[in-house]
Design a protein around this ligand. Structure first.
Ligand code: NIG
Ligand code: FE
Length: 414
């Protein structure tokens, strides 16, 4: 089946010249193409051809892009989208000046959501997650990572991963499941850290690997959560099972998480709000993606990660919402891009590269998605504008009017 995507006003291809990731000044090169159409064969991009030459081809189907701007489908590579309950009460405390860590120490925070998730039925979690997935699709997101991490016992971590699997079969976008059993210590293991780590290593990870319930294993390496030694142990086991690694680290304290991530060749290190200067070069010299989450800094009134220094040093920088009920109750990726530009001094072009090709690299799909290049999946976001900067300039406004996944229109605002 050959499909013609005709009449785009412009194509923001995020061309990588076959490199499939962007560092340093490459993040600013977004491969703007005018007067071309896109030819799709089945689920793949076949070619970009000048409009003057399209009458040489024949097509089974045409999709009219009506003079709008087409980009690669966005990749949201860090979310905690499967949860139930509300932490609005804790949000009120936060507005009065109580910190995220103080709330967590008092037994709230992640453990508030854990309580709600343990009480929730599978069907309720499916319903909640479905609404959130539909909102992501409406924004032009065609690939979505979702973490567990609010079950924190065998039954409920598996329940969350099964909810993610169920929804990934329900929706046409690509959903990537991550196991985050090491999100924090559940209250019943508050005084028995070793016992909880044994449960993760000896029971949860083997079951998850056997049933292929997660592509990644993540940990929260932080003074109030898992130490670098504990992270090291969990990562060693995950690796033995062939599960790839991601790490929440250097959010509030820098306690050696980056060293452990680099030792195990983690695919990404996420957060980095308090990363010490000395680690910037180390990350820049690695293949590990620095996934920055400026929504968290905005939501918690906390430091922003040093995006400029990381990019200028040559690190692979991606951006995501970190959508979760406690530290970033923000599910709009466009808002995150605007915060990145306004507060972390990223350029408009850099933020676009960060939510496309580098976010794809952060979920190990950079060879398949993240840019409009022949051979890649025909995944597109179509913005209702002739000016791609509007994506960031129109703060908090969803300009996406059409989402195309594998060559098929899966969302059309009109
Ligand atoms: O990425 N840092 C730890 N985990 C989440 C927050 C989860 C929550 O507060 O529910 C984060 O910020
Ligand atoms: Fe997170």
């Amino acid at each position: 089946m050959i499909t013609l995507l005709k009449n785009p006003f412009q194509i923001v291809s995020v061309d990588t010249k076959g490199k499939n990731s962007k560092r340093g000044s490459e993040l600013s090169e977004i491969g703007l193409i005018l007067d071309h159409s896109i030819i799709v064969e089945d689920d793949l991009i076949k070619d970009l051809v000048p409009n003057s030459a399209i009458n040489k081809y024949s097509f089974d189907k045409e999709i009219d892009l009506n003079n709008k701007t087409v980009l690669p489908g966005f990749v949201e590579c860090h979310t905690h989208s499967v949860f139930s309950g509300s932490r609005a009460n804790e949000f009120r405390l936060k507005l009065k000046g109580v910190s995220y860590e103080e709330i967590a120490r008092a037994g709230g925070g992640i453990n508030t959501t854990v309580k709600a998730v343990r009480e929730a039925e599978f069907e309720e979690l499916v319903k909640l997650l479905s609404l959130r997935i539909e909102y992501f699709i409406a924004q032009g997101i065609t690939t979505l990572e979702i973490k567990s991490g609010y079950g924190l016992d065998f039954e409920n971590e598996i329940k969350l991963l099964q909810v993610i699997r169920f929804c990934s079969e329900l929706y046409p976008i690509k959903i990537i499941p991550t196991f985050l059993g090491a999100h924090t210590f559940p209250s019943e293991f508050k005084e028995n850290h070793e016992g909880y780590i044994r449960l993760i290593r000896n029971e949860m990870l083997p079951y998850i690997a056997k049933n292929k319930l997660a592509e990644f294993c993540d940990c929260f390496c932080e003074s109030s959560a898992f130490s670098s030694e504990e992270t090291d142990k969990i990562f060693s086991t995950a690796k033995e099972f062939g599960i790839k690694l991601k790490l929440h680290t250097d959010q509030f304290n820098s306690i050696g998480g980056i060293d452990i991530a680099l030792k195990h060749n983690a695919v990404s290190v996420d957060h980095l709000e308090v990363i010490p200067e000395s680690y910037i070069e180390k990350l820049a010299g690695s293949e590990t993606v620095c996934d920055l989450l400026p929504g968290v800094s905005f939501f918690l009134n906390h430091n922003f990660a040093p995006a400029r220094k990381l990019i200028d040093a040559g690190a692979l920088v991606a951006l995501s919402t970190d959508y979760n009920p406690g530290s970033s109750n923000i599910s709009g990726l466009n808002l995150i891009m605007s915060i990145a530009a306004l507060k972390m001094k990223m350029t408009i072009e850099e933020t676009i590269s960060a939510v496309t090709i580098n976010a794809a690299k952060s979920v190990c799909l950079e060879k398949e998605i993240g840019s409009i290049e022949p051979g890649k999946k025909a995944d597109f976001a179509v913005l209702d504008t002739k000016e791609y900067s509007d994506l960031i300039y129109n703060v908090g406004m969803n300009l996406n009017c059409m989402t195309i996944k594998n060559g098929v229109v899966i969302y059309n605002r009109n």
